[in-house]
Design a protein around this ligand. Structure first.
Ligand code: GUN
Ligand code: ZN
Length: 436
């Protein structure tokens, strides 16, 4: 039995950032092949005719399909599966009315496990192979999530929410319990298989200064864990933050004062930023997770991607389930495009591919492992089917360039266009349907 296997398809991936390098950042191989080693890493990649031949080697034949790197969702909440499509609220009342009651159920390990299983099945079905994920304040929520992600061999980063004020008692912790619980979860899960931990204060209004300092202490003790929180999503939220933290010069400064702004810090949204906040995000190498679907659904505002490029701030895309109404990174790209259109900023198909793959990997500082098909990286891939729906088939029929094919998939695609999801080079979409 061969210890490697071969994947045949057309391949499309980014080697750099198209916002800086244009389409030369993109590599397209019409008749390509990828050899995957026993451990799920890419050991050869290129034109099919240029790869060495291994007689008898198994082949996954996806010719006529287009393979892109596994999608990276840089901001989502698995416990909010049942909050999706909640009618007519903006951030602060949306949290109180729908989200907090729903999260209160996650002390129940069986409920957490069932929801994590549903959520991860949806991610796989949509071609997402890496995500940065909120749990709830209950440690059981994160144990359940990591157990299911581990079974699926997924590269996932997640954390228990830290929140010690301004929410119902049933989902509050304290500064000291959140420190102890987060530390125990880091010790239990961080670096196990493909899993990583994110210290996760919900957002400034639900943490005391004491708790934010505790989060900073964890980052000092465990420098390679992530920091994951929300920043400047909604104007009422921003006004509340300046009342709660009068000593801070702006919203980001609340986090800076506790040592939370550095590489591997990912801030969801960043819609209403001052000049100082932009330049601080840039100089501290922190990243923004832009969540177009959520920003539209809960009416938060329009993220300025052109400004992020100008300021050299790293950006990834997030679904922000359940503020966002879909698990699909294809649909996220569609809404990202439209949010820029509304501001007269053009975002290219290549940039959208970048943001949902290599850009997301860079935002999470995981691009040495994932994000494109460089030899040595992990073979997480999405097999896209341009025949998936009548309109996709019709639109792509006359597409003559990879750019036209890609834009049609990004604008018209969803989970139906994801023919297969390969985790470490092995088909997982059809198998995930059988998840316990
Ligand atoms: N800000 C604080 N908590 C949340 C949340 O759960 N979702 C979103 N979109 N914003 C938040
Ligand atoms: Zn969120």
């Amino acid at each position: 039995m061969s210890s490697t296997h071969l994947i045949r398809a057309s391949f499309l991936h980014c080697l750099g950032d198209p916002a800086r390098q244009g389409n030369s950042a993109v590599n397209y191989i019409e008749d390509g092949a990828c050899r995957v080693s026993e451990d799920g890493c890419i050991c050869e990649f290129g034109e099919a005719k240029s790869l060495s031949t291994h007689p008898g080697e198994p082949v996954l034949d996806y010719r006529e399909k287009l393979i892109v790197p596994g999608f990276v969702d840089t901001h989502t909440h698995y416990p909010q599966v049942d909050v999706i499509a909640s009618y007519g609220a903006r951030l602060l009342d949306w949290l109180e009315t729908y989200t907090f009651p729903c999260e209160a159920e996650f002390g129940d390990a069986a409920h957490a496990r069932e929801t994590a299983t549903f959520f991860l099945r949806e991610l796989i079905s949509n071609g997402t192979t890496t995500a940065l994920v909120f749990g709830t304040s209950h440690t059981a929520s994160i144990d359940a999530f990591f157990e299911v992600a581990q079974q699926q061999n997924l590269r996932m980063v997640a954390g228990k929410v830290m929140m010690d004020r301004n929410a119902p008692e049933s989902i509050l912790d304290t500064a000291s319990s959140s420190y102890k619980d987060s530390k125990a979860l880091i010790e239990r899960w961080h670096g196990v298989d493909r899993l990583g931990y994110a210290v996760t204060p919900r957002f400034a209004p639900t943490s005391t200064r004491e708790q934010l300092d505790t989060a900073g202490k964890l980052l000092q003790q465990y420098p390679d864990v992530h920091l994951h929180t929300h920043l400047s999503e909604n104007l009422e939220e921003c006004a509340w933050v300046s009342e709660l933290f009068p000593e801070a010069c702006d919203y980001l400064d609340v986090y800076e004062q506790s040592g939370l702004v550095r590489k591997r810090s990912v801030f969801a949204h960043g819609i209403h930023l001052t000049d100082r906040e932009w330049s601080s995000l840039s100089s501290n190498n922190a990243a923004i997770a832009h969540c177009a679907m959520s920003n539209l659904c809960i009416g938060s505002g329009l993220f300025n991607y052109a400004r992020a490029v100008k300021e050299n701030v790293t950006v990834g895309l997030g679904t922000d389930v359940g503020g966002g109404d879909s698990f699909s990174m294809l649909r996220t790209c569609n809404e990202t495009y439209k949010v820029q259109q509304l501001q007269r900023n053009k975002i290219s198909p290549a940039s959208l591919l970048y943001l949902s793959t290599l850009g997301g990997a860079r935002a999470l500082d995981l691009d040495t492992h994932i994000g494109n098909f460089i030899v040595g990286k992990e073979a997480d891939m999405v097999v896209l089917n341009e025949q998936a729906t009548p309109i996709l088939a019709r639109k792509t029929q006359h597409a003559s360039t990879w750019e036209e094919r890609l834009f049609a998939l990004l604008m018209l695609g969803d989970d139906r266009a994801v023919f297969e999801t390969l985790i470490l080079g092995r088909p997982a979409k059809t198998q995930s349907m059988r998840l316990a």
